[in-house]
Design a binder for this molecule. Structure first.
Ligand SMILES: *Cc1c(COP(=O)(O)O)cnc(C)c1O
Length: 374
């Protein structure tokens, strides 16, 4: 998808906010704990390479991505720090992981067996992190027998360098710790069955770290918090307040491309879902669902100049309309998403309006919106 650099719409990313969030988290780490910055999905929509560089300068000592290609992107940008791919890769891609020095997760003996002959033939070593499924139900070893068999296999096969062992929590963002504690118990049980001793045993995502969950972790896989967003599923719960200051980094702006007056009986947008009852001033903003500004945003208020104005009519693929209190000049600035977490158009407010989470809103902003770095 081509980036629209000749139109007035952009995602602004405040790299200083990213750095401040990383630095604040660094002061919050347990003794000896390291911070690995999670920059999957193009850095949660913020731009993977730029975020990774900023995070590294602020103290991140490694990175997590979801795909091999995302790891390759960082390597091609000159990043030499450790990178962990978080998703299972097809066995036939193991050589690619070796070539780019990317560590990958392993959750079955079968996978190790499929990859081993090729590694041996090429006399290469693959960095792996043993994935333990302690209750997320996604990837990893979940049965004693499978762990013991894989452990025995790894002892026979130095082609695998066991750099890490990890699990992922399903409810670290919740104020009910019952399931979290269950996962910790499962994790410790399965971890202790392994005799191989990895360099990093890690369990902490942002929520696990920020809400001071009592579990040790050699690394914090710091994702959403780095972007200045609170992962809490219950943001009003006092114990789910982040223990550090988080500053959102992302803003989405545009401007009015067209302004006109309409009269009673005149409709706006597909389906004519808005019909004027009297004279109205309508502004057009050149951003639409193809940019990730979804149709569900109809009715939400964006900031036009200094005024919050409702989106009227359906959001189109490339444009949407707002109802203005009076005539505004074409070119008036429009702020769709504010980086002020208390603003009525914060990323969190947009996500709440759509009935989803801020992670999803940020990731869905498409490449058609250029990313500008302040
Ligand atoms: C995405 C992801 C993270 C980061 O989670 P945040 O909630 O953004 O901190 C950490 N670990 C794994 C395995 C992930 O998939």
């Amino acid at each position: 998808m081509i980036s629209g650099i000749h139109r007035p719409a952009a995602v602004h990313v405040d790299l200083e906010a990213i750095q401040q969030n990383v630095k604040n988290e660094m002061t919050h780490l347990q003794p000896g704990q390291k911070l690995w910055a999670v920059v999957k999905a193009n850095g949660y929509g913020h731009g993977a390479v730029q975020v990774a560089r900023a995070a590294q300068a602020a103290g991140a000592s490694g990175f997590c991505v979801a795909l091999l290609d995302e790891g390759i992107e960082l390597r091609r940008a000159g990043i030499t720090a450790p990178i962990l791919v978080l998703g299972i890769i097809p066995p036939e891609q193991a050589a690619t992981a070796v070539a780019f020095d990317l560590a990958i997760p392993v959750g079955s003996l079968d996978w190790l067996q499929q990859v081993q002959p090729e590694l041996q033939a090429a006399q290469s070593r693959l960095k792996i992190h043993l994935a333990i499924d302690s209750g997320m139900g996604r990837i990893g070893f979940s049965e004693d027998k499978a762990v013991l068999a894989a452990d025995a296999f790894l002892q026979q096969h130095p082609e695998f360098e066991v750099e890490g062992l990890f699990t992922h929590f399903a409810t670290a963002d919740s104020d009910d710790l019952t399931y979290f504690d269950y996962q910790v118990t499962r994790f410790k049980h399965l971890r202790d069955l392994f005799t191989v001793k990895p360099k990093y045993v890690h369990v902490a995502n942002t929520a696990t770290s920020l809400f001071n969950r009592r579990v040790s972790s050699d690394l914090v896989r710091f994702g959403i918090g780095m972007y200045g967003l609170n992962p809490s599923s219950a943001p009003h719960s006092p114990e789910l307040q982040p223990k550090i200051t988080l500053k959102p980094a992302l803003r989405l702006t545009s401007e009015l491309s067209f302004v006109k007056q309409i009269h009673a009986g005149y409709g706006v947008g597909y389906g004519a879902t808005h019909v004027a009852k009297q004279d109205e001033w309508i502004g057009t903003v050149p951003v639409g669902y193809a940019d990730g500004w979804q149709r569900g945003m109809q009715g939400f208020k964006v900031k036009v100049g200094e005024t919050y104005c409702p989106i009227v009519g359906r959001v189109c693929m490339d444009q949407f309309m707002v109802k203005l209190p009076k005539q505004f000049a074409a070119g008036t600035k429009v702020e769709l998403i504010s980086s002020d977490p208390t603003a009525p158009n914060s990323l969190k407010a947009v996500a709440d309006y759509l009935g989803t989470i801020h992670y999803e809103v940020a990731c869905l902003l498409t490449d058609r919106l250029p990313r500008l770095y302040d």
